[in-house]
Design a protein around this ligand. Sequence first.
Ligand code: KG4
Ligand code: ZN
Length: 367
Amino acid sequence: MALEGTHESEKLVSASQMNKEATILAIESSCDETAVAVIRGNAQRADVLSSEILSQIQIHREHGGVVPELASRNHITALQPLIQQALDAAAVSMSDIDAFSATAGPGLASSLLIGHTAAKAMAVATKKPFIGVNHMEGHLLSPFIERDQGIEENLALVVSGGHTMLLHTKAFGQYELLGKSTDDAAGEAFDKVAKMLGLPYPGGPEIEKTAVNGDPSAFQFPRSMMQAGMLDFSFSGLKTAVLYTISELNPDTGTAQPQQLPDLCASFQQAVIDVLVKKSVMAAKSVNAKHITMSGGVSCNGALRAAMQQACDNNQLTLSYCSPALSTDNAAMIAYVGLHHFLNNNFSDLNSDIDPNLPLNTLILRN
Ligand code: KG4
Ligand code: ZN
């Protein structure tokens, strides 16, 4: 994403415009969800006028995971009607939109290109600005969409299918990366363990459902890198431990029996939760943050939400996360970041490209 440079004078102008309202239409097509949203708001408050999502989960489920070519072909057919649906649901027309945003990365190249190109085309046709958005910044700031105080300093845990990150958010665009996964992301571990257990894709919600009837202390799975001050994550040892346990329990077949699933799911889920909660509190204390935010698909997990709330209560920290529809991939979070870029006069060039590996640190300001 190439954001045009902004001069100090422009920043001052934008600061004085902070109360002006803007209406942003955004497209999210980084993976297997086609999503379009319209948001209207200012620096403090944003109203999601519409947030339409066409899930491709059923298409990819038969393959046990996302097939990139199928995803991009389905984005193409889904997108045009979904844009109209989002405009209709928001009760706005194309001429009401002040800027068009789309996810520029990270994600699947062929999927990103569809939404990115469509948003640019709308920007050209209406002579309005185009703003490329980092998908991870969308997740990172999503807990603020439903709050009316604007973006506040916090310690953020971002847990999705591709990333596990701890960031100190100081303000919009000022993020310090404190820790990240050195191997599998938390969501990836949920998906891979679900596959080992014969549960369908995506694995997170299936493991959560199955774990409800299980004992989280039935198996003592490893919690890696828990030493004081260590804020990186590793989930591959945990995944391997589940694999060995399945083999030990079932030496003849090597596959888990239905009656073993609740305890295996509950014990695996508890190991992930213990690590995420402990490191989030440790990270918050390390930067003296008083507020924790949690975002990304894994943050939908009810047991994680309850454990994080308990830990925050015990440590005089406050916690926020968004409703499940805004936690998994959606376009409202892309529109929200687009809105803040718009208010700061940050616009992308029309010849800017997608980047499947777009790092959040293009925007990170380190101390
Ligand atoms: O943020 P997201 O929708 O997409 C990415 O950007 O990756 O996250 C998807 C991930 C998947 O790995 C999925 O299994 C996981 O979030 N997930 C969950 C739950 N719901 C979704 N993991 C644990 N518990 C859940 N309830
Ligand atoms: Zn995502």
